[in-house]
Design a binder for this molecule. Structure first.
Ligand SMILES: [Zn+2]
Length: 147
């Protein structure tokens, strides 16, 4: 009887060891395998698309979707896709639907995105875009002169 108990104990400890190893592979922090990150990005895209679709009828649902997408991005250590990164409030984490609960203004070479839920203003400079535009213009003039 004692022998059986010891055996069971031993088996349990082996089992626990494997569970721990599996946890280390699948639930650990740090870098994830590429396929996991791709799936996470796909899910974030789907969540944000749903949030946009359902905002007018069920705004609370779209806020929840944003919450889930942000949790995914922290869990899988990836950025939220660039397309959607300006569509939620950094302060209160709610979904922003331009013209309904948020407004966008250009002030002092910055994009000011105002959140109508908490009153926070996100300020994103657009110097980079301006520089790219200027360079493209300069290059096109240069091309014309060369021809
Ligand atoms: Zn806000």
């Amino acid at each position: 009887m004692v022998f059986v108990l010891i055996c069971a104990n031993h088996f349990n400890s082996i089992f626990e060891y494997y569970i721990r190893q599996l946890r280390r592979i699948f639930l650990s922090r740090g870098k994830r395998p590429k396929w996991m990150i791709e799936i996470a990005i796909e899910r974030m895209n789907i969540l944000f698309e749903r949030a946009e679709m359902e905002f007018i009828t069920h705004p609370e649902r779209s806020h929840r979707y944003v919450d889930l997408a942000r949790k995914l991005s922290t869990k899988y250590n990836t950025k939220i896709p660039e397309k959607w990164s300006r569509r939620y409030c950094r302060e209160c984490g709610k979904f922003l639907y331009y013209g309904h609960n948020s407004s966008v203004r250009l002030v002092d070479e910055k994009v000011n995105i105002f959140c109508g839920e908490c009153g926070h203003v996100m300020k994103i400079p657009y110097n980079k875009e301006k520089k790219i535009k200027r360079r493209a213009k300069y290059e096109s003039i240069k091309k014309r002169n060369d021809e």
